[in-house]
Design a protein around this ligand. Structure first.
Ligand code: ZN
Length: 234
């Protein structure tokens, strides 16, 4: 199998989550010349309150929106795993699928949803975050985790850091300065037209700005995205 390479792998439950969670930070990395690849785990086909909007139509629309948003940010490639919305489980198969992409792209940094928001949190977000953490360690690292991967040239890989978006406030230990990329974050989010409807559409920019100010906390910069950063010991 040919070796691909990404500096950063963003693994997102649904189309649009990565833009809410980490678009400003992604735009910064791209500006620095880093290669960013998205993996979108579900097709988001339940993301509507309209009976007229059929799941298969919505899924195809959301792929287009996601590609448009990724293009705004300069993401190099978007991979759609196309699991149905609300269907993810922490299974050996899903874990292996994620490990496969980690070993294929060999990123230094993986960014995904924090699985440890308490109480109400989308199940797909919880599952993706947890499965990605398990995939990074020990499954992507250990040589005998998947002997069949070795035959395919997918050697073990040590990710250096995992950044988790949307942590509980008390868990934020990294505030990423998005003062210079906030406009791109808004532009990318606006691509998700099926999700951003009135009255939220008109309020979204104000809401995002307030949220980014809150995330900046006591930092010297004005606008931020907040993460829980996990640094590996190797
Ligand atoms: Zn989501």
């Amino acid at each position: 199998m040919s070796k691909k390479k990404a500096d950063i792998l963003v693994i997102t439950p649904h189309p649009d989550d990565a833009e809410f969670g980490t678009a400003g930070t992604v735009a910064n990395f791209v500006r620095q010349g880093k290669t960013v690849v998205y993996i979108v785990c579900t097709n988001g086909d339940k993301g509507t309150d309209s009976l007229d909007c059929k799941p298969e139509v919505l899924a195809s629309l959301r792929e287009k929106e996601q590609l448009e948003a990724a293009n705004v940010l300069g993401v190099k490639e978007v991979i759609f795993l196309r699991h149905p919305d609300q269907s993810l489980e922490d299974t050996p198969e899903f874990r292996k699928e994620i490990v496969r992409y980690i070993r294929l792209y060999r990123p230094d940094l993986v960014i995904t949803a924090d699985p440890y928001r308490r109480y109400i949190w989308h199940r797909d977000h919880r599952i993706v975050g947890r499965v990605v953490l398990d995939a990074v360690f020990p499954f992507a690292r250990d040589i005998w985790s998947y002997p069949d991967f070795l035959d395919q040239g997918l050697k073990p890989h040590k990710v250096k850091e995992v950044w988790l978006w949307a942590p509980e406030d008390k868990d934020i230990n990294l505030r990423s300065d998005i003062s210079q990329s906030f406009d791109l974050k808004v532009k990318a989010l606006k691509c998700h037209r099926s999700q951003i409807k009135k009255p939220f559409a008109s309020e979204m920019e104000k809401w995002l700005c307030q949220r980014a100010k809150d995330m900046a906390g006591e930092e010297k910069f004005k606008l931020a995205e907040g993460f829980h950063r996990v640094e590996m010991w190797w």
